[in-house]
Write a protein of this length. Structure first.
Length: 470
């Protein structure tokens, strides 16, 4: 491909994408062969949410345009473009002395190409690489680590390191005498008793290096890898203000981001992604200087938890931010302390209702206002199950739980949602929605889930204290 419109970092990355995808069914469908610049690409290709991207892009590619095991596949990730910048940050924090031994705690198979990039990065530091892909008992893991005596320990989450520390009630630096530092990708803002430097690995997403470790504060910041990937930012309003996220019509380039604002990252790649909304959310905290690979101000961000999902009930959709707020505000000072909570649709409310037509059937099935809909009601007398008619909240509490507490909490959650959502209040008044149901789960449920996620070695461990389950 020798079109004259290509120049600069983004155009080189775009040329790689067009060369790889242009001859596929996806390329033919979206006219990739006629695109002459990155501006043309942004104007011609829509922004896809995950469901639409799977349906209109990934399904047409089948198993993808490359095989993870293909030795040439790594060239499509662009990982080597900013490897030098990654190693420079690590060496600045760990010291310039070559590392002789690195221990990597990481599960195999969850993101093969991202894992290969990480291993290549670690080999760039020099020395022997020792890998543990599963852990179960902290004492046994530490015994194996002590026999290897690593100078650098790499784990997916800082909470894995905290788990190892708790098993012997000692900081890792006192248990591993040669340890010079710890690298982690997730949960860097969580507390840990480390007595050695903690450095970010960066940020990997579906085989791509999307973020570099940052040498600047805060400690959990990453610098977007604009020299490796085609990244855009989709602005949206703060859901804490009105309960809903309102997205902008158009994306912006990362260097045009505003300090303190929140964005969803949009990714395009020769690996088979076209302007995919990644469901990865960030807040801008600063800018790092340009580099040879990225000759623009590089935006420094902190990664945010995925905003709580909205829940579709019979006749209305309740904002996830309202759901989480209603659970937190349902507990007063006199109640037991909240450990963790999950709120979402109640499976028991999906059954058919005799003699009544659900709101979604009346408003959304296309037949409710016709003679066919009337005949269906007269002959069957039962409407098929539609959306859930109630919410279910599972709570873990610390303290004495009185028998009537679940009922009282359900009432408070219900009252709070009626104040926030007129549609919910209207349907509750008409009896078309049922009151929420609250279940108190046994103590230790959240700790068990956290322990399982630690032992999986597959990514982040920390979860919000109140989660919305779709």
């Amino acid at each position: 491909m020798s079109q004259p419109g290509f120049s600069g970092t983004r155009e080189k990355l775009l040329r790689l994408l067009l060369n790889q995808l242009g001859s596929t069914r996806v390329g033919q469908r979206f006219g990739l062969g006629a695109i002459a610049s990155f501006e043309d690409f942004r104007a011609s290709i829509p922004v896809f949410d995950r469901a639409r991207h799977e349906r209109e892009v990934e399904n047409l590619l089948g198993f993808g345009v490359i095989d993870d095991a293909d030795p040439t596949a790594m060239a499509l990730t662009g990982a080597e473009h900013e490897r030098g910048d990654t190693l420079a940050v690590w060496r600045a924090r760990l010291g310039d002395a070559p590392l002789r031994r690195t221990a990597l705690l990481h599960a195999h198979g969850q993101d093969p190409m991202g894992e290969r990039t990480l291993r290549d990065d670690l080999r760039g530091l020099g020395g022997e690489l020792f890998v543990l892909d599963r852990i179960d008992d902290g004492a046994r893991v530490l015994e194996r680590l002590r026999s290897f005596d690593p100078e650098l320990l790499v784990a997916p989450s800082i909470l894995v390191c905290a788990w190892l520390e708790r098993s012997q009630r000692l900081p890792l630096g006192r248990q591993l005498p040669s340890l010079r530092g710890v690298l982690c990708e997730h949960d860097l803002s969580r507390p840990a008793r480390l007595d050695v430097p903690l450095v970010g690995v960066g940020w990997f997403y579906r085989g791509l290096r999307c973020g570099l470790p940052s040498a600047q504060a805060p400690g959990d910041a990453v610098t977007l890898a604009v020299g490796s990937q085609l990244l855009e930012l989709l602005p949206y309003t703060n859901p804490e203000d009105d309960g809903r996220r309102v997205y902008a019509e158009h994306t912006i380039l990362p260097e045009a981001a505003l300090l303190g604002h929140r964005y969803e990252v949009v990714v395009s790649s020769a690996l088979g992604m076209l302007r995919l909304r990644s469901e990865q959310h960030i807040r801008v905290v600063g800018f790092d200087p340009p580099t040879h690979a990225a000759p623009v101000p590089r935006v420094r961000v902190v990664r945010l938890s995925t905003p709580p999902a909205d829940v579709a009930l019979e006749g209305c959709t309740v904002a996830g931010a309202w759901l989480t707020a209603s659970v937190r505000q349902a507990l007063t000072r006199e109640d037991p302390a909240l450990v963790a909570a999950e709120i979402g649709p109640d499976p028991q409310s999906l059954g058919a209702r005799v003699g009544t037509a659900p709101s979604s059937a009346r408003l959304g099935d296309g037949l409710g206002d016709t003679e066919f809909g009337e005949v269906s009601v007269r002959t069957a007398g039962v409407q098929p199950a539609g959306r859930p008619r109630a919410l279910l909240c599972r709570l873990e509490l610390q303290g004495l739980v009185r028998p009537d507490l679940p009922r009282r909490l359900a009432g408070r959650i219900d009252d709070n949602l009626q104040l926030r959502s007129p549609a919910y209040a209207y349907l509750r008044e008409r009896g078309e929605l049922d009151p929420p149901r609250v279940i108190v789960v046994p103590a230790g449920t959240a700790a068990t889930e956290r322990g399982r996620r630690i032992c999986e070695l597959g990514g982040g461990v920390w979860l919000p204290d109140v989660r919305v389950i779709g």
